[in-house]
Structure formats: structure tokens, C-alpha cells
Design a protein around this ligand. Structure first.
Ligand code: PMP
Length: 401
């Protein structure tokens, strides 16, 4: 029976990582997969995570029993508070709650299935471009139709706010709009606060349902509150929405698959029913989530000393990225690389949309062993003082080729 199976399309980012690993070239550079690297180019386990793990491993009261279907409550309560803020009206009025999910992807998947099954939503919208997995997750979650709204203006190398608002205005009522709450992937280009207000106006007017994808809180600017501004703004405007949090990047817990799905509703009376339906969705999908990442995050977020230590780690990561942006732009400008490079420093978060086209991006990989997505997206964390001049020179030579 299996002979009927056709080979599926490769996943670009993982194919590139494999090609990078197999490449024996000494100066190869991996700018593809979205993971933090230190100045020395290696992965980083946050010291605060080690500290929390040591305590948790020594705690003999902890066991390996199943967690509840919706996960560790201490974790989801702390995650929801971190997202909406200490003084959140929605939390105080019992209109907001979180459930533990399998990282950001799992949160999006549960959200999609809930919206499709329970609310009968059929159409979702993503930005052009977006994180490529949004489409697979929403289709698999039961959505029948995926549409797009304009976002990136290649000429301006910035946000096409007029195009975005126009497309939202013409979306049908009850369409689900996937928004990146900060550090838009792949462009690194976020709306300003004024632009967020315009987006919210149209969403309210057109009765569109917001899903905020929050994979980089703290990682973008180094400031948890600043990075949560858009989410808190939607809450303050009285929207009902879902927000999908990932702790992969800001805690460096990529493979622990720890995330949170926050639901903000208008009427606290609906919470019980909504939770019961989410429970059935999770039960039928993976039954219950793993505990290790949840315990780490819960411990750090609820211990004032560890929380401060964690914020220090976030600042280290965010400022290293910002530093690399400055250095790359400087190096490109010093070489006299044709084009403008201001967007490299105005973008935010892990990724930069360089403006290199597909052919140029492939040229970078094939000729310089610099692995990057064909959209021109690079992971800024893959840059470090040892390889930045090499990468800048390769971009220069590619652009002037
Ligand atoms: N959304 C966006 C926009 C992302 O960039 C990512 C991470 N690449 C995710 C969601 C979820 O990642 P994870 O499942 O690893 O938390």
C-alpha cells in the first residue's frame, strides 16, 4: 500500500541545515534556521535555565505522572501574565487564561482547530511573506481557505501599510487574521504603534478575528513589555483574540516544545466552556503536554531573582543581534555595496530580509557556502565578529556580480 505515497516537498530551512552540516568548507556560514548563536557561533543554553534545571532535578517531590490535558497551571498563568502584563484588566476580570501547548507551533495548531471546529471559521489570512509553516498548520487545523494580505514593500524595504489595510478592509467578516505581534518573521519589520492602531480599527470595523503569533517576546527589543505592546493594545481595545506564545527563542528551549495559548474573551462566563472544548481538542491530538519545559519556565517566571537573571539573558541575546545589525550595515556601506542598507538596522528580531532576490540568495549559498533562505532572509544570530566581513564581502560581490 505504501507504494502509492509520493515524496513530499522538502522543508527549505531543514534542507539547508542538512546541506550546511554536510559541507566541509571551512568558512561556511549557516544563516538559515532560526536559532540563537553566541559570538563564538555556538548554541547557548541560558545560564538561568541551567540554574532552574539543577533545582528541579534535585526536587524529589516532582514525578513523571501525566500533566493535566491543558498542562501545568502555574506555567500557563505565569505565561499569560507575562504576555498581558501585571495589571491586565482581562486577567483581573477572569476574561483571560492560558493553556500549555507544544511550543508556538502547537499553540497555533490548537488555536486553528478550535476556531475551525468550534466557531466555524473557514478563512485565514497571512502576511506576504510570512513564516512558511502558518499555511500548513492552518490547513491541517481545518481551515478551508488561506488568503494573504500585503505586508512587505520590496521597493521601500519596509511595511506596505496602505496595502495591508486595503486587503484587510476587503476581507470577509469573521476571517481569521494572523498577525506577528513583534519581530515579524521573515522581514524583521513591525508596524509602528500608530500603524497598529489603524490595523485594529479596520479589524474592529470589519469584524475580523485576530490571532497574534508571539514567538519572540523579549527577544526582539530586550524588553518584555515593549515586545508585548501590540498584544496588550488589542486587549485594551476590548478585542476577543487568541495569542500563541513560544518559549523556544526567549528561553532557548527550542526542543522542549514549550508554549502557551492565551485566550482573551469578553465574558468570563464563557471560559469554562471554551476550556472544555480546548481540552477535547488536545485530548484527541496528543492527550497532554510534557512537563520539563513548563516547570523551567514556571519556576523562572515566578521567582523574582531568577526572573531578573532571565531578563539579563534576554538583553544579552537581543543586544548581540542589534550589534550584528550595526556591524553588517557598516561593513556593507564601507564596501560601497550598491543599494541602501538602512533596513538592516531598522528591522528587529532574529531575522533580516536582506533584499537579495532568489538568484542572489542561491548565489550566496552556491558560491560562498553561506546558507540562507531563497527569499533573502538571514538569521542575524548566525553572524559573529569572525564571519561578518566574509558575509558582507559575499553580499557585495553577489550584488555587483
Ligand atoms: N511563529 C513564528 C512567526 C515563528 O518564527 C516561530 C519559530 N520559528 C514559531 C511561530 C514557532 O516556533 P516553535 O514551534 O518552535 O515555538
Amino acid at each position: 500500500v505504501f507504494s502509492a505515497v509520493k515524496e513530499g516537498a522538502p522543508i527549505e530551512v531543514f534542507a539547508l541545515t542538512k546541506a550546511y552540516q554536510d559541507d566541509s568548507y571551512e568558512n561556511k556560514v549557516n544563516l538559515s534556521v532560526g536559532a540563537y548563536r553566541t559570538e563564538k557561533g555556538v548554541p547557548w543554553v541560558l545560564p538561568v535555565v541551567w540554574h532552574a534545571e539543577k533545582v528541579l532535578v534535585a526536587d524529589e517531590t516532582l514525578n513523571k505522572e501525566y500533566l493535566p490535558v491543558l498542562g501545568l497551571e502555574k506555567f500557563s498563568a505565569a505565561a499569560t501574565k507575562m504576555l498581558l502584563g501585571d495589571d491586565s484588566q482581562a486577567i483581573l476580570e477572569n476574561r483571560a487564561f492560558g493553556i500549555q501547548t507544544l511550543s508556538g507551533t502547537g499553540s497555533l495548531r490548537v488555536a486553528a482547530e478550535f476556531l475551525a471546529r468550534q466557531l466555524g471559521y473557514r478563512t485565514y489570512y497571512v502576511s506576504v511573506p510570512t513564516w512558511e509553516n502558518h499555511n500548513l498548520v492552518f490547513k491541517n487545523g481545518g481551515f478551508l481557505e488561506g488568503k494573504t494580505y500585503r505586508y512587505w514593500d520590496a521597493n521601500r524595504r519596509g511595511l506596505d501599510i496602505e496595502g495591508m489595510l486595503d486587503d484587510l478592509r476587503s476581507a470577509p467578516e469573521n476571517a481569521v487574521i494572523i498577525l506577528h505581534s513583534c519581530a515579524h518573521n521573515p522581514t524583521g519589520c513591525d508596524p509602528t504603534q500608530e500603524q497598529w492602531k489603524l490595523i485594529a480599527d479596520v479589524m474592529e470595523d470589519r469584524k475580523l478575528f485576530p490571532i497574534l503569533d508571539c514567538a519572540y517576546q523579549g527577544f526582539a527589543s530586550g524588553d518584555l513589555d515593549k515586545d508585548a505592546w501590540a498584544v496588550r493594545y488589542f486587549a485594551s481595545r476590548g478585542f476577543e483574540f487568541l495569542c500563541c506564545q513560544s518559549f523556544a527563542k526567549n528561553f532557548g528551549l527550542y526542543n522542549e516544545r514549550i508554549g502557551n495559548l492565551t485566550c482573551v474573551v469578553k465574558n468570563p462566563d464563557v471560559v469554562k466552556n471554551v476550556k472544555s472544548q480546548l481540552t477535547l481538542i488536545v485530548r484527541g491530538m496528543y492527550s497532554n503536554p510534557p512537563s520539563h519545559g513548563a516547570r523551567i519556565v514556571a519556576y523562572v517566571l515566578t521567582d523574582s531573582q531568577l526572573f531578573e537573571e532571565w531578563k539579563g539573558c534576554i538583553r544579552i541575546m537581543a543586544s548581540r543581534v542589534i550589534e550584528m545589525r550595526k556591524s553588517l550595515r557598516e561593513a556593507l556601506e564601507k564596501l560601497g555595496t550598491p543599494g541602501t542598507w538602512e533596513h538592516i538596522t531598522s528591522q528587529i528580531g532574529m531575522f533580516s530580509y536582506t533584499g537579495l532576490n532568489e538568484q542572489q540568495s542561491l548565489h550566496m549559498t552556491n558560491n560562498y557556502h553561506i546558507y540562507m533562505l531563497k527569499s533573502g532572509r538571514i538569521n542575524m544570530c548566525g553572524l559573529n565578529p569572525n564571519n561578518i566581513d566574509y558575509v558582507a564581502k559575499a553580499i557585495y560581490e553577489t550584488v555587483t556580480n
